[in-house]
Design a protein around this ligand. Structure first.
Ligand SMILES: NC(=O)c1ccc[n+]([C@@H]2O[C@H](COP(=O)([O-])OP(=O)(O)OC[C@H]3O[C@@H](n4cnc5c(N)ncnc54)[C@H](O)[C@@H]3O)[C@@H](O)[C@H]2O)c1
Ligand SMILES: O=C(O)[C@H]1O[C@H](OP(=O)(O)OP(=O)(O)OC[C@H]2O[C@@H](n3ccc(=O)[nH]c3=O)[C@H](O)[C@@H]2O)[C@H](O)[C@@H](O)[C@@H]1O
Length: 386
């Protein structure tokens, strides 16, 4: 049966240039596009491990519809040609782990702003549609966080719900280099918006709110550097797999809404296949029903991992650490992130489905199956003597 868009028109097969296709979100998007659509993907990245199962063997049902190009977009003259060959470019490439923002601020700013510039330019000059991945971090802190602790207004959604077309972007001072990422993302959003306004670029900007699931980041010492600090899902998974305490930064009081990657990818597919409804828009993509403090997240993950692995949890499963100890000088944090869903709901009729419990159970089952043996082996190896 021919695929139809939300307005009943049949969808023509597209060629998509996906930059950063080998990452967490890219791997899920490629999987969905191969399994459920006729679209072709030119997959650009410096790594391909997370999409290897889609590239080999050549007998796969979608062979010929996905092509990997090992390209660093910082310096590769093939970029423009690949964008020209495609109907649509999706840019996911970025440094996007908070441990880097204050320790490698230059790399962070270059990656999120400077390196994205040619992509925007080539799309604009060649009249190609662009879906660019920004972040919910562009909202920074909530207005409510500046009110007195006991102010009743803190409970009023007007002071914390984050709306694409109304909320301000509130970052800390320059010396808090945590905001280097958010600020670079904000500027590239403004540039894309301006290309749309002045030069007619067809664009959609996505602001993900803590998408999580299998293949997110890496487990230090197993499929990433031992000293590396991934995002919270992988940090907590790593501690659970090693039977270590989960570290709560500054007491784990910050709040987040987590969304299952598979729900979020449905929203991206709707954007891809409904350009008339998605062009010119900025979309929050999150799950406002899945809010927890980081401490609650740690408690839930501990309980679920115990169920999944059959191992009893530690007597004291968490430990408090200061942000300076954990991330170093210049760290700062978003206090609360509730996405307003009005625009995506109106334009694309999309809503998230999966509860936090269910998504953590699916994800931790994957983590256990994928890493438990490798961790056991690594931990039983004698430490090399100097
Ligand atoms: N996962 C989330 O919840 C989340 C939240 C907010 C924003 N985002 C944004 O979504 C995008 C994708 O995030 P992700 O979670 O998949 O991250 P990821 O780190 O898993 O994926 C990014 C990919 O981009 C590639 N890349 C980076 N620089 C490159 C370069 N110069 N040339 C070629 N490839 C390059 C990396 O190798 C990596 O595979 C990023 O822009 C990120 O800022 C993600
Ligand atoms: O995912 C998003 O929507 C955006 O937010 C993330 O930022 P953040 O949520 O702060 O990063 P996480 O590593 O997921 O941390 C969440 C919270 O857990 C805390 N944390 C993290 C790791 C840990 O071991 N312990 C711990 O308490 C952090 O301090 C933070 O308050 C990242 O910046 C991006 O991937 C993305 O743009």
């Amino acid at each position: 049966m021919a695929r139809a868009d939300l307005d009943g028109r049949s969808i023509k097969p597209l060629t998509i240039c996906m930059i950063g296709a080998g990452g967490f979100i890219g791997s899920h998007l490629c999987e969905k596009l191969m399994a459920e659509t006729p679209h072709k993907v030119l997959a650009l990245d410096v790594y391909s491990d997370k999409i290897r199962h889609l590239l080999e063997p050549e007998s796969l049902a979608w062979a010929g519809r996905i092509q990997f190009h090992r390209i660093n977009i910082k310096h590769d003259s093939r970029l423009e040609g690949l964008i020209k060959m495609a109907d649509l470019t999706i840019n996911l490439a970025a440094i996007c782990t908070p441990a880097d923002y204050n320790t490698r601020p230059l790399d962070t700013i270059y990656s999120n702003f400077i390196d994205a510039l040619p992509v925007v330019k080539y799309c604009s000059e060649n009249n190609k549609r662009l879906i660019h991945f920004s972040t919910c971090e562009v909202y920074g802190k909530t207005i409510g966080s500046f009110l007195p602790k006991d102010s009743p207004l803190r409970q009023d959604p007007a002071y914390y719900v984050l709306k694409e077309d109304a909320s301000p972007c509130i970052f800390g001072p320059i010396e808090k280099q945590r905001w280097s990422y958010a600020c670079a993302k904000q500027l590239i959003e403004r540039l894309i918006y301006a290309e749309g306004a002045e030069n007619g670029l067809e664009f959609t900007i996505v602001r993900p709110f803590n998408w999580i699931g299998p293949r997110m980041d890496f487990i230090p010492g197993i499929d990433g550097p031992s000293e590396g600090v991934p995002r919270v899902l992988a940090c907590f998974s790593n501690a659970l797999l090693r039977r270590e305490q989960l570290k709560l930064v500054d007491g784990g009081q910050s709040q987040r809404t987590f969304i299952y990657i598979k729900d979020a990818i449905e929203a991206v597919l709707l954007m891809i296949e409904n350009p008339e409804r998605a062009n010119g828009h900025i979309f929050n993509v999150g799950n406002p029903n899945n809010e927890v403090t980081v401490r609650q997240l740690a408690e839930m993950m501990t309980q679920i991992y115990s169920k999944v692995s059959g191992e009893a949890a530690l007597d004291v499963p968490t430990i408090d650490v200061s942000s300076k100890e954990f991330y170093g000088e210049g760290y700062d944090d978003s206090d609360k992130r509730i996405p307003d869903m009005t625009i995506i709901n109106r334009q694309l009729g999309w809503d998230p489905k999966t509860s936090l419990w269910d998504l953590l159970e699916a994800t931790l089952t994957y983590q256990h199956r994928t890493y438990a043996e490798a961790i056991k082996k690594a931990m039983s190896r004698p430490v090399a003597s100097s």
